[in-house]
Design a protein around this ligand. Sequence first.
Ligand code: SF4
Ligand code: SF4
Length: 208
Amino acid sequence: MAKQLAFHFNSSLCNGCKACVIACKSKNALPVDVNYRRVYEYGGGGWVADPMAPAFLTPNNIFVYSLSVACMHCENPACVDVCPAKAIEKRDDGIVVVDSDKCIGCHYCSWACPYGAPQFDPEEGTMRKCDMCADVVDEGGTPYCVSACPMRALDFGELEELRAKYGTVAEVAPLPPADITNPAFVLTPHRHSQPVGSKVGRVYDDEV
Ligand code: SF4
Ligand code: SF4
C-alpha cells in the first residue's frame, strides 16, 4: 500500500471544547465562516416512562458524544475526480491539497465530498480545506489540531500504523458510510455511538 497519512480521533476522550477548531483557524488565518475542522455534538434519547420507579429516579436513555471532523484525505477522494480545473491533487504521502492558483471556486468539490470538507472562501473566491498542516508535516511536525487537543483525543500518522494501534472503525452516526471514499481516518467510538445511518439522534451543534 502507498504511504497514506491519516487522523485518529477518540470520541470517548473528546469533551467538545473545540480547541482543535481554534488552533486550525489560527494557523490558517481562516475567515469567520470558514472552518477546516468542525466539532459535531450528536445526541438523543429522553426520559423513559416507568410507573414503578420513584420520581427522583426516573430512568432515561439520553446520550451525547462529540466528533471532531476535517478533510479525511480519502483513499478515493471524490473531490479530486470532480474538479474541472484539476486544482486538487493527492500527494505521494496521501495528503489531499487544493491549489488555490488553479481553483475557480465552482463548488463541485464541496458538493461531491460526503464530509463537507471543502469550504468556499468569499475573500479569495476559491475553495479551501484542511491540508493536514502539510508545511508542518513536511518539516517533521504534527498538525496543529492534534497538538492543541487538551484531551489528546486526536492523533496523526501512517494509516496502517493507526489502524494497528486503534482498530479499523471509520464511521458512526452522523458521519456518512466510509465505503463512499475510504477516508484516511481511524475512529475510537464513544460507548454510546450510534451506527452510521441511525436516526435516533441529531446534531445539536454544527456551527463549528
Ligand atoms: S474528505 Fe472530502 S475533500 Fe477531503 S479528500 Fe475526502 S472527498 Fe476530498
Ligand atoms: S480539542 Fe480535543 S477535546 Fe477539544 S473538541 Fe477538539 S478533539 Fe475534542
